[in-house]
Design a protein around this ligand. Structure first.
Ligand SMILES: [Zn+2]
Length: 324
């Protein structure tokens, strides 16, 4: 875990260096073609320095206001010159990959920036070998052809038609991820219907867009919660806080074993907190919505489920089909 944070810190350093070098070369370029801008920059930094000195000697608001006005005027002149010479207005502003944390990974209130969370999420995927799985299970490798076209009487459509719908919805989930639309999905159906595969498709697509995605089986989630209560280690405490904070949480395989009240309430506490914070969650389960509501009768549970769109997977067991 220490290695992981060191690696991420190094990434930020390289990022900052790269942007700094880019800024230096931009300055050189502009200074040689528009020398007035160089003068303006020099005046500005002298003014800033004067302001600092005078404030230390004899703090006076009037003087400070005057200096700020001068700096502001210089800034206007500089922008005008930049535009006149075919540059964008902010061509010489500091460059950041992430404006929110200025490439430090930390926000002003001390919390982790979303870009840092995304880096951690990506590392966790790679530590757990999930990133290898994602190279095989993603929207590009998804094959509608393996789903039967035979219409299921009880459903009124074929597994393939159903899958087409699910695929469309999953892509929509990705596309509208940053919209505040309360779109949480509950994939349900028997084992071997492609639920985990579809979760992986969504995860891969969003990780590629630098979204902080955390994938946990329901079993691992409970382990994390318990570990935190009883042992506490660093990896798990970072993972634990990400359950609440990450941009997308995927809980795979919520099953019958989680109907004991401790585990259930832990999982629902996490999901409920996320809903209150406007963060999205995907859950897969082999329980039907009916079974879920019977098992989880508590008010919190039913409120949580109301925020999920239930999506049914049905058809043959694909594991048997692929192996045969
Ligand atoms: Zn950031």
């Amino acid at each position: 875990m220490k290695d992981m944070f060191r690696k991420i810190e190094r990434e930020y350093e390289l990022q900052r260096d790269k942007n700094r070098r880019e800024m230096e070369s931009r300055k050189e370029e502009v200074y040689s073609s528009v020398p007035e801008i160089k003068n303006i920059d020099q005046c500005t930094s002298t003014l800033g320095f004067d302001a600092l000195k005078s404030q230390i000697k004899s703090p006076s608001l009037d003087e400070l206001r005057k200096i700020n006005e001068d700096i502001y005027a210089l800034r206007g002149e500089k922008e005008k010159l930049l535009l006149e010479n075919g540059y964008s207005r902010n061509y010489l502003d500091d460059i950041y990959n992430c404006e929110d944390c200025k490439d430090t990974g930390v926000l002003e209130d001390g919390s982790r920036c979303h870009c840092m969370q995304a880096k951690i999420a990506r590392e966790l995927y790679s530590i757990s070998n999930m990133s290898y799985t994602l190279t095989k299970e993603n929207f590009n490798t998804f094959d509608l052809g393996i789903f039967s076209t035979e219409i299921y009487k009880s459903e009124g459509i074929s597994p393939r038609e159903n899958m087409e719908m699910i695929l469309m919805l999953s892509r929509k989930f990705v596309k509208t991820f940053y919209e505040k639309n309360d779109m949480n999905l509950l994939f349900y159906g028997a084992t071997g219907q492609g639920k985990t595969f579809m979760l992986n498709c969504i995860a891969k697509e969003l990780l590629d867009r630098n979204v902080a995605v955390i994938y946990q089986t329901a079993f691992n989630t409970i382990e994390l919660v318990e570990d935190r209560k009883f042992r506490r280690n660093e990896v798990n405490s970072v993972k634990y806080s990400l359950l609440f904070d990450c941009e997308l949480l995927i809980i795979d395989d919520l099953g019958i074993e989680f109907t004991n009240s401790f585990s259930a309430s832990e999982i629902f506490n996490i999901v409920n907190t996320r809903i209150l914070r406007g963060k999205k969650t995907l859950i897969s389960t082999n329980l039907s919505p009916n079974e879920l509501t019977q098992k989880y009768t508590d008010r919190v549970f039913s409120r949580v489920f109301q925020k999920f769109e239930p999506i049914k997977f049905f058809g043959e067991d694909l594991r048997l089909k692929i192996n045969s």
